[in-house]
Design a protein around this ligand. Structure first.
Ligand code: 6PG
Length: 258
């Protein structure tokens, strides 16, 4: 089933903010500033969803170092992941391991604040359901209710237009109620666990980080081309009440018209 096209009327779509930084390292500094701003704008617990892949590593390292580390009260942050590969937590491909090494260990984050996806469990449906339970518990909302709102969700975009593990033409794109699902990704001959569009689109803030010339064609299609969610899943990320900011470097932005 093809995902329902997003209504084009303006009242259902918040503006998309695009910020182009000259180089990737400048983009990472700007991203760290945006994370600090988002944290400082929220009273109480700050529920943060981390992105996987390679791009965010530099951001995590920067947040774990001065002058950024001291600007956030890390004891009030709950850490989640937008997706995870089906590998153990000590595997080189693990999104959890990348964040553990670049952010969580350097900041000596308490285990109680870390909510990783147990994606090494072969029963992905159970893993996804367990993660939904954990989200509901930490965000204090009914597990069978509407998706809750994370304060900030960090996302990347793959060269094929995927985000999290919402890959083109995969079943997860059509999920309309569950917050987390297992997703078979034939193009990678693998399975993933991923947050779904209904959950991501409840976020107060979404921040995409996209760098590199290899993303330029797809970024132009996602931001300026026709709405084709099956082929370009990143287009589905349009928070209903929250904001979405695309933070990109000039290489990734090189094909944009606007
Ligand atoms: C993953 C990520 C994925 C990533 C993009 C971009 O598990 O790989 O969730 O969505 O953000 O593939 O990855 P890079 O930052 O490595 O280009």
């Amino acid at each position: 089933m093809t995902p329902k096209p997003q209504e084009s009327s303006s009242e259902t779509q918040r503006p998309v903010s695009l910020r182009v930084c000259q180089a990737a390292d400048e983009m990472i500094v700007t991203a760290a500033e945006l994370v600090v701003s988002a944290f400082q704008a929220k009273a109480g617990r700050f529920r943060l969803v981390l992105a996987g892949g390679n791009t965010p590593r530099g951001l995590y390292q920067l947040l774990a170092s001065e002058p950024f580390a001291c600007q956030i009260d890390w004891s009030s942050v709950d850490f989640f992941w937008g997706d995870e590969r089906t590998v153990p937590p000590d595997h080189v491909d693990s999104n959890y391991l990348m964040a553990k090494q670049s952010l969580l260990d350097p900041l000596q984050i308490d285990q109680q604040q870390i909510h990783r996806i147990v994606a090494e469990n072969p029963d992905l449906a159970a893993t996804a359901a367990d993660y939904q339970q954990q989200i509901a518990k930490v965000l204090d909302t009914p597990v069978d209710g509407s998706p809750p709102s994370f304060d900030l969700i960090l996302l990347g975009m793959g060269g094929d237009g995927h985000t999290a593990s919402l890959f083109p033409h995969t079943a997860a794109l059509s999920e309309e109620s569950r917050w987390v699902v297992g997703n078979h990704v034939p193009q990678l001959s693998t399975d993933r666990v991923t947050m779904t569009v209904p959950l991501i689109n409840q976020a107060r803030q979404v921040l995409f980080l996209v760098a590199g010339d290899d993303k330029s064609d797809r970024l132009a299609e996602v931001l300026e081309g026709p709405y084709q969610p099956e082929r370009l899943p990143s287009q589905m990320i349009r928070p209903q009440r929250g904001s979405v900011t695309w933070l990109v470097d000039s290489a990734a932005a090189s094909k944009l018209q606007s």
